[in-house]
Write a protein that binds this ligand. Structure first.
Ligand SMILES: [Zn+2]
Length: 599
């Protein structure tokens, strides 16, 4: 009890500096998590709240986990909910909403709720427990009291016999083994916990400890190399950002499948550990970990307004995931190049492959990066119907390169996208302690460039074809596009599918569609007599041969017109880069600064 009083005094002192939202020193919130029968996959959770005010208290389970943009409806794994006062007397309660348990607490000085959570899905946004290990996805294990998300909280864990370790981004409570504290529930929900007997490794960057909890990597893989490489990666990323914004960081290296989720001072990364045994797999792993790590800046701190503080009950929509995810795809490799862990040649190889993949995907004719960002909640972030949707991961990475090269070119190589990331971090996260609007993001980019970046932002907002050649030329690189014959026929339209209509965004220069006079703004109505939909058009182009025709009915300025278009030979675009032979000094200096050496 003395220890608790001390902690409360400390918290009161800490919170005192935050102003009027501080909590009275006589309230406390503490979880105890136990796993009495790990083989049943059931966690037992006890949540004690002292000093709550009010006749009733709503205990709420979040519906999703920030970083994984899909409703998980965690309440479905909860059972055996009970409520008592501090003396063991039952308190009445009722479910008042899907994820809300309302407890009639009256004047009870303490409310103790307890419940079980079933966890048997091995995934970074799900709880898992068996006889060997446990993974806690906190929004799926811990309820919060409505209105008190900002309250400090502790978590004490009773490990099953034979288990010795807990790896998490939470701060340990000194003197209390397996007990952690969080200044509020946003931090608690942001700190997954890995429990069991996983292997630990540690390194420091700028005096800050970085832990690796490893449970899936074969012994043959060199641990010292893993730690040394992650150390260089963290060094490069924090040099780039000019700050190291946490007191400790934990890499949770787990599982067998795929999927990682970033957090403020940790990342849960699932992967096949055997893949690290060969060099290509190891390189891919480094990019993946660098991605999750760089997110501690881009998305956790540098973020659109919608991405924190969070509403845990429902979808938090934004059309800027192409910034939060896409630019992180870009920076995962930039950081590795800076760290000397990836050569410029490897960087360009990956860029070229992403361009080839993206430009040959049918969805890029229909969906923009901004639209893909908004619709991800229905599709878990990796596209829905691939005929009409894109991945903001692929496209966002290239948009990052376009923005970076445009800023370097327009500022005569005095500034880059790095300056934008630093400015967003300092101005909005550190300074204003909030996310940014779309306009503020663009403003920071244009400030760095010293002028408008209309075209790059149009690429993000529409399906307009990217003029890669122009942008990479800023960095002394010539883009070569090899056309390989592909099955089906070619029309050459980029479209926007919305509200049941198909509107032309662009008829590609030299394409059959452009030759027939179709232009931006035209609305496609019918194709060979059937309603024009993305699927109908894709099916038709897949079935037709070059030289065959398609009858197109379209609307322009309120009038409908019919035309017949002869289709051309379909092709696949294969991209590659070659250094330009007679560059000017600006091109040479941009390439050198961008990829850290001349090619
Ligand atoms: Zn990501």
């Amino acid at each position: 009890m003395i220890k608790r009083a001390k902690i409360l005094l400390f918290m009161a002192a800490f919170l005192g500096s935050l102003g009027p939202s501080a909590f009275a020193a006589d309230t406390a919130m503490a979880f105890t998590v136990s796993m009495p029968k790990p083989e049943t996959h059931i966690f037992h959770v006890v949540f004690r709240c002292d000093g709550l005010k009010g006749e009733t208290q709503d205990f709420v389970m979040p519906a999703w986990m920030p970083g994984f943009y899909r409703l998980m409806n965690y309440e479905r794994f909860v059972s055996n909910f009970r409520a008592e006062d501090g003396e063991g007397r039952s308190l009445p309660w009722e479910k008042t909403a899907k994820s809300t348990w309302r407890v009639v607490s009256g004047s009870a000085p303490a409310v103790v709720v307890s419940y079980d959570v079933f966890g048997n899905t091995s995934f970074v946004a799900s709880n898992f427990l068996n006889e060997q290990r446990a993974f806690v996805a906190p929004p799926g294990l811990f309820m919060f009291v409505e209105g008190l998300l900002h309250h400090p909280v502790t978590v004490a864990v009773q490990l099953p016999p034979g288990w010795a370790r807990i790896a998490t981004g939470l701060d340990p409570v000194p003197g209390r083994p397996y007990t952690f504290s969080a200044p509020d529930f946003d931090i608690l929900f942001d700190c997954p916990m890995l429990m069991g007997n996983q292997e630990l490794a540690q390194f420091e960057v700028k005096g800050v400890p970085h832990r690796m909890a490893i449970e899936n990597v074969p012994e043959s893989v060199d641990r010292r190399r893993m730690a040394a490489d992650l150390q260089r990666m963290v060094q490069a990323a924090t040099d780039l950002m000019g700050d190291i914004p946490y007191k400790h960081y934990t890499f949770l290296l787990i599982g067998t499948g795929n999927g990682g989720i970033e957090h403020l001072n940790s990342a849960a990364c699932a992967f096949n550990g055997k893949s690290l045994a060969d060099e290509k797999g190891y390189q891919g792993w480094l990019s993946y970990i660098a991605h999750e790590y760089f997110h501690n800046f881009n998305v956790k701190r540098i973020r659109p307004l919608a991405l924190g503080p969070f509403d845990y009950d429902e979808e938090n929509l934004t059309d800027m995931l192409w910034v939060s995810e896409g630019l992180t795809v870009y920076y995962e490799d930039v950081v590795l190049v800076r760290a000397g862990l990836m050569t410029p040649e490897q960087f360009l190889e990956r860029m070229k492959n992403a361009m080839t993949r993206f430009e040959n995907s049918p969805g890029q004719r229909y969906q923009s990066a901004a639209e893909s960002s908004l619709t991800t909640w229905g599709t878990s972030g990796v596209g829905g119907d691939r005929n009409t949707t894109i991945s903001y991961y692929d496209n966002g990475g290239m948009l990052g390169a376009m923005l970076d090269l445009a800023i370097r070119h327009q500022s005569a190589n005095r500034r880059s996208l790095d300056d934008v990331m630093r400015a967003l971090y300092r101005t909005y996260d550190v300074g204003k302690k909030r996310g940014f609007t779309n306009a503020e993001f663009r403003q920071e980019c244009e400030r760095a460039a010293g002028g408008p970046l209309a075209e790059a932002f149009e690429y993000a907002a529409t399906t307009k074809d990217v003029d890669y050649a122009k942008y990479f030329a800023y960095a002394r690189l010539k883009v070569e596009i090899e056309r390989q014959d592909a099955p089906g026929a070619y029309l050459g339209l980029n479209l926007r599918a919305a509200d049941g209509t198909l509107t032309v965004v662009e008829a590609e220069a030299g394409s059959p569609a452009a030759g027939a006079g179709l232009a931006a703004g035209d609305q496609l109505l019918e194709l060979d007599g059937t309603k024009a939909t993305p699927k109908a058009l894709n099916d038709l182009l897949a079935a037709k041969k070059p030289g065959e025709t398609v009858k197109v009915k379209y609307a322009r300025a309120g009038a409908s017109k019919d035309i017949e278009i002869a289709l051309a030979k379909n092709f696949k675009r294969i991209y590659s880069f070659i250094p330009m032979s007679a560059p000017d000094p600006l091109q040479t200096s941009i390439l050198k600064d961008w990829l850290r050496k001349a090619l």
